[in-house]
Design a protein around this ligand. Sequence first.
Ligand SMILES: N[C@@H](CCC(=O)N[C@@H](CS)C(=O)NCC(=O)O)C(=O)O
Length: 213
Amino acid sequence: MTGPTLHIHGTIISTYSRIVQTVAEEAGISWTITATPAGSPENRQRHPFRKVPTVTIDGLNLYESVAICQYIDNAHNDGALQPDDPATRAEMDRWVSVANNYLFPVAEHGLLMPRLAHRVLKTPLRSDVIEAALPQIAEHLGIVCQRVEESPYFAGSEFSLADIFVYCILRPVQMTSEGDNLIGQLLPLRHWLNKVGKRPSLVATRWESENEL
Ligand SMILES: N[C@@H](CCC(=O)N[C@@H](CS)C(=O)NCC(=O)O)C(=O)O
């Protein structure tokens, strides 16, 4: 890889760190990641809303994944992950927003965090929280599945930032038994996840736990 290096600060196993890493891979930019918990004093300096990741690139300190991804793609990838046509761009923006505002919060708080807390912190599994979230997660997956039935990628015929956001959010869902069961009933979505997951940028950013599956 040539050009600048992207320095990422964030949790190592993190959906949004992976999104940023994937865009860097697509752009042919090398990246490093420094483990930085969201609530740490250092992160408070880097991100006033205490989220991860934050990055440094080209002498810029950036936070918020959409801004980071668009910067990398615009500055170092000729905007190849963002359609030029305004209507197609709006379609991409719509799905990035859907991923960030609806898919991620429900999956994160209703399924992934309860499973992670149980596995890592050994706290009792909050099955009640998971059970309560599953109908909405199922509804979200159904909507997303409709889109991949009508179009090869979220913005249309070409792979874009929207596919990276949706894939990196849905892949951890698929790695849970509940999510795998739901996605198993939605074959077009399962095929889309298989297809997109083979892309070199997404293979390069797989979590270790995924490689072990
Ligand atoms: N809007 C933020 C969301 C980032 C986000 O939610 N990151 C998660 C980790 S994947 C996080 O910081 N979680 C810690 C917390 O919410 O306290 C972005 O796009 O970068």
